[in-house]
Design a protein around this ligand. Structure first.
Ligand SMILES: [Zn+2]
Length: 263
C-alpha cells in the first residue's frame, strides 16, 4: 500500500479535519493517486493551492504519489518567493473577472463598486456557475468547497470571511486587486459600464435636492439608473479608499478618475 505524509500551510489548514491542521500526518493513498486527487480527498479545493513540493521538489497536480512521499502544500499568495519553483497555473487570467455564487451577493456588489466585472444572480445554480466560469474565463467566488473541486473550474477563490466587507478585504488582498481597481465605473445592478452624462440630459430624472446639490452624473445604458456623488457614494468611497489605499496615498496621477469626487 502507498502511504504519503502531508503538511498543509497557512489558511489551507481551515479545510482539514482539526486533528490534521498545522502538522505532518500520514495517510494511505489510492493506487495511482495524484497530488490533486489526494489534496482534494483531504478536503482542500485545488483552486486554493499555489505550490506543491514532493520531497522538496515542486510538482504539478498530476504527480503520482509513491510510497513514503513527503508532500508540502502551500496556498496562493503566501509571503514566500515561489517564482523559481513551478507554479501550478502557468497562465494567469488576463483580465480579472468573477462569478459569485448565490450566497455572495454583498461581495459581488462591492466588487462591482471597485469596477470588477462580477456576474451574480441569486438564482444561479452550481452548474450555471461552472459553465459561466469556463466559458468566460471567470474566477469563481464561493464558500462551497465542492464547487471549487469541479473539474472545469480552473480559477477560484474559497471565501473564508462571513461578512461582505471582510470578504471584500480578503479577496482584494489575496488577488492583489488594489492597483487594478476602477471604483464607480460599473452599474451596481447590471454590471455594465457607466458613462458620464450632462446634467441637463438627466435633470428630469433627479430628485429636486439632487438637482441643486450635484453637478457630475453618470448613467447605465442597460437599466437607465443615474449615479451621482451623494452620501451613499461618499460612504462607499471611504470604504474603498481604505481598501485600495490603506496608507491613504494619492492615486497615480495618470489614472482615470471618471469625474468622481476629489474629496
Ligand atoms: Zn444598470
Amino acid at each position: 500500500m502507498v502511504t504519503a505524509t502531508f503538511r498543509f500551510y497557512e489558511e489551507l489548514n481551515d479545510f482539514l479535519a482539526p486533528v490534521r491542521r498545522k502538522r505532518e500526518f500520514t495517510v494511505p493513498c489510492a493506487r495511482a493517486a495524484t497530488t490533486k486527487h489526494m489534496i482534494e480527498a483531504l478536503g482542500v479545493p485545488h483552486t486554493e493551492v499555489e505550490l506543491i513540493l514532493v520531497n522538496g521538489e515542486s510538482v504539478d497536480f498530476n504527480r503520482q504519489l509513491e510510497d513514503g512521499d513527503r508532500v508540502a502544500v502551500y496556498p496562493r499568495f503566501v509571503a514566500m518567493d515561489v517564482t523559481p519553483l513551478l507554479r501550478l497555473r502557468e497562465k494567469p487570467l488576463r483580465e480579472l473577472r468573477f462569478v459569485a455564487d448565490a450566497h455572495l451577493g454583498g461581495l459581488a456588489h462591492m466588487l462591482r463598486m471597485l469596477g470588477f466585472d462580477t456576474l451574480y444572480d441569486n438564482h444561479f445554480q452550481d452548474d450555471a456557475i461552472v459553465a459561466i466560469a469556463e466559458q468566460d474565463g471567470r474566477i469563481v467566488l464561493t464558500r462551497d468547497r465542492e464547487l471549487l473541486k469541479r473539474r472545469p473550474v480552473t480559477h477560484g477563490c474559497y471565501v473564508h470571511a462571513l461578512k461582505s466587507e471582510a470578504q471584500l478585504r480578503e479577496i482584494v488582498e489575496r488577488l492583489d486587486l488594489a492597483r487594478s481597481a476602477r471604483p464607480f465605473t460599473l452599474c451596481l445592478h447590471c454590471n455594465t459600464l457607466l458613462h458620464p452624462v450632462d446634467k441637463a440630459s438627466v435633470l428630469d430624472r433627479l430628485p429636486p435636492r439632487v438637482q441643486v446639490l450635484y453637478e457630475h452624473f453618470s448613467t447605465c445604458d442597460a437599466c437607465g439608473r443615474v449615479y451621482w456623488e451623494g452620501s451613499h457614494w461618499r460612504n462607499m468611497r471611504r470604504l474603498l479608499d481604505e481598501l485600495v489605499c490603506p496608507t491613504n496615498k494619492q492615486a497615480e496621477p495618470n489614472e482615470p478618475r471618471h469625474g468622481h469626487p476629489a474629496s
